[in-house]
Design a protein around this ligand. Structure first.
Ligand code: G3P
Ligand code: CA
Length: 331
């Protein structure tokens, strides 16, 4: 059967499992990653941080406070700011921690950030290394015959450099070790740091003898606004293959169902050869913007009204099903 152009377009769009299927299981656990894989995600995301003994671990924060029991297991190991930094612990120590569903950032809080998600202290999860996670995705690729990608983020590169650690070089070395060497390989390396993006592009990738897809993540307009025009976007595109903005930068949060205010960021990025992968799509209470009636309508607005190429979502099954249904209905 011949497919229409729009069904082909839907088939090319991607779903990135944000911290795994983190809407259902504690973020960045192997369990959440396996679930995301089974749900049909195209890419599984890894936020990467370094330990005291230079191991690469998969965790969102540079501190262990929000997602582990570090405060009760290692009392007295916080810095003077009251936080427990992963970089102050060895991998062997980090292995002793239990991972929990994210809690609020108050001292000794066990209050879930998202109350309807997995119970905070249930079951037994642990922090994994980047290598372990890659081996799981690649192992599943072999056992299922699929080709799911990885999407590692260099977390707080300036913090790591100030602590005497070159996180980017270590991540790229691990990727190379596992066979990710060219832009055809299914990996996007992402960072919020424009300075680090340039170092990756100009120094670290050439030194490693690899050429990988790089993504510039973008937060507030205050910090990244210089990129939001033709000249700025062309500058970013000298280094990046993808652009990953907060989704509010693509569709204004003040939009209404009758008046969707779509910025020109997707157009600008596409004109400069970059894919656009906004974050983060959630369906917890209060997380679907008012201009959308529900999660799926929000996906429709981003994938097809704004024209993004992929989304980061905590609920990869919903985005996968949405794109599959779109492919069927537009045949
Ligand atoms: O990396 C894309 C998205 O994950 C950015 O937000 O804070 O969840 O890493 P964050
Ligand atoms: Ca991330």
């Amino acid at each position: 059967m011949a497919f229409s152009l729009s069904s082909q377009v839907a088939a090319q769009k991607i779903v990135v499992a944000h911290r795994g299927a983190s809407g259902y299981l504690p973020e960045h656990t192997l369990e959440a990653k396996a679930m995301a894989y089974a749900m049909g995600a195209d890419y599984v995301e890894q936020d990467v941080v370094m330990t005291q003994d230079d191991a690469l671990i998969v965790i969102h924060d540079i501190t262990l406070d929000r997602t582990t029991d570090v405060a009760s297991r290692f009392p007295g190991r916080a810095r003077t700011d009251g936080h427990f930094y992963a970089i102050d612990f060895t991998l062997a120590e980090i292995r002793q921690l239990r991972v929990n569903e994210g809690v609020r950032a108050r001292a000794n809080s066990r209050e879930a950030v998202y109350p309807s998600r997995f119970p905070v202290d249930a079951s037994a999860f642990r922090i994994n290394t980047l290598a372990e996670e890659i081996e799981m995705v690649q192992g599943l690729n072999r056992s299922t015959g699929r080709d799911v990608g990885i999407y590692p983020e260099i977390k707080s590169p300036e913090f790591h450099r100030a602590e005497g650690k070159d996180l980017s070089t270590a991540v790229i070395a691990t990727l190379k070790q596992y066979g990710y060497t060219s832009k055809q390989d299914k990996v996007f390396v992402q960072t919020f740091s424009y300075e680090e993006l340039k170092i990756l592009h100009d120094e670290i990738l050439p030194a490693a003898g690899v050429s990988l897809n790089l993504v510039q993540l973008v937060g507030s307009e205050a910090e990244y606004g210089w990129m939001f025009n033709a000249e700025g976007m062309a500058t970013v595109a000298r280094y990046a293959d993808g652009f990953g903005p907060d989704k509010s930068l693509i569709i204004d949060e003040e939009s209404t169902p009758d008046n969707l205010m779509i910025s020109d960021l997707v157009e600008l990025a596409h004109a400069n050869g970059m894919q656009v992968h906004p974050y983060t799509f959630r369906l917890d209470a209060g997380q679907v913007p008012h201009y959308a009636e529900n999660f799926e309508e929000m996906l429709e607005q981003f994938y097809f009204d704004a024209g993004v190429d992929g989304v980061f979502t905590d609920f990869p099954d919903r985005a996968v099903n949405f794109l599959r249904a779109h492919s069927r209905t537009t045949r």
